[in-house]
Ligand binder design. Sequence first.
Ligand SMILES: C[S@@+](CC[C@H](N)C(=O)[O-])C[C@H]1O[C@@H](n2cnc3c(N)ncnc32)[C@H](O)[C@@H]1O
Length: 440
Amino acid sequence: MKKGGGRTSRIRRRKRFGKAESRGVNESYKPEFIELKKWLKDRNFEDTNLIPARFPGTGRGLMSKTSLQEGQLVIALPESCLLTTDTVLRSYLGPYIAKWQPPPSPLLALCTFLVSEKHAGDQSPWKPYLEVLPKTYTCPVCLEPEVVNLLPGPLKSKAREQRTRVWEFFSSSRDFFSSLQPLFPEAVESIFSYSALLWAWCTVNTRAVYMKQRPRQCFSTEPDTCALAPYLDLLNHSPAVQVKAAFNEESRCYEIRTGTSCRKHEEVFICYGPHGSHRLLLEYGFVSPRNPHACVYVPKDILVKYLPSTDKQMNKKISILKDHDFIENLTFGWDGPSWRLLTALKLLCLGAEDFTCWKKVLLGEVISDAHEKTSLDIAQKICHYFIEETNAMLQKISHMKDEDVALINQLTLVETLRTEELKILQASTEILAGLQTAFM
Ligand SMILES: C[S@@+](CC[C@H](N)C(=O)[O-])C[C@H]1O[C@@H](n2cnc3c(N)ncnc32)[C@H](O)[C@@H]1O
């Protein structure tokens, strides 16, 4: 037997490099995928590389039929399969969009089309695509308020902003929906309800690919960059892969080329961007374990929590941090407190006698060993505070999971986020302890 080639060593290697077991269960036999494949074939797309499958860690995705080499074309989806604002303008909705003032946004056009086609059911030429779309989503706007309450502070605020934004999107679109009444025998309010628009908004937000369209007068000035790409949008995210994805003007296909090789029968991933857990949850409704971009954000109230409240220069220090853009994005990561967090703390820890050195601190200069030590001690206290808070939240979530079975999926999502954050904080506290020993 070749050295290290056996099953045990393969498993050991996978564990060491954190590669999840990615073998999935083939789902191509399912009627919805058979219909979708037929629909794609009618539009000149036949897939040779991929199979729809369900994977233990990531859910539904695409599995490679063959091994894929770096640089290989994974999928080339013809323009005829893409759903863009052009598709909408060419449809029965086109004349209504063209005459509506003020011009609707490209996003509203896409969402209106999705809701209307979904309502058309069997009559919709897009039915095979609509049938494979998720029925519900897990972006924060879809979470129950008591689940949103369990999110870390900065994400909780963004989740609430998202809810407000989607509600305003709905209420500001009602008059436009009313103008579509001649197209439907039913009352438009029953078709373009908040829940229908929310579903469409989440569909576009979590699944659209970036494809810039030329600006058109019939739309508002918001960027027109979203296209829905049936089948291709079954590809899940991994922070560990590199891909090239773009519309090819020559072949008139949306193409994805892999920058990372993939073995036969493994899940094929693309990378949605170098996003941390908060962004992934906010935009896509999931959390990726062991995400190298994940971090724990330190908001201003916690930043100053362990500093003497008697510091007369505190307000001045805070305004310096604000002026120099050092008050946001202060984080703990897998490799400890960020340089920005430590720098902000060093500035806040300056004694009255050293206060004039604040510029040196922002440039990364060391003021004294004592000052370095104080800043590390404060960073460690903040880290411990977060560990305690996260543990308390995890206990609360576990309790709520026992109490409210209906919320189990939403609670599990937040639990995954909090568990990842706990691991980051534990890594950070160890790193900080190592740094602190240098000053003992
Ligand atoms: C473009 S779709 C990918 C296909 C999707 N899994 C499906 O079944 O339709 C994006 C959505 O897939 C899910 N997703 C993507 N990457 C994931 C991952 N690494 N782990 C868990 N869910 C993921 C999230 O729900 C996300 O909103």
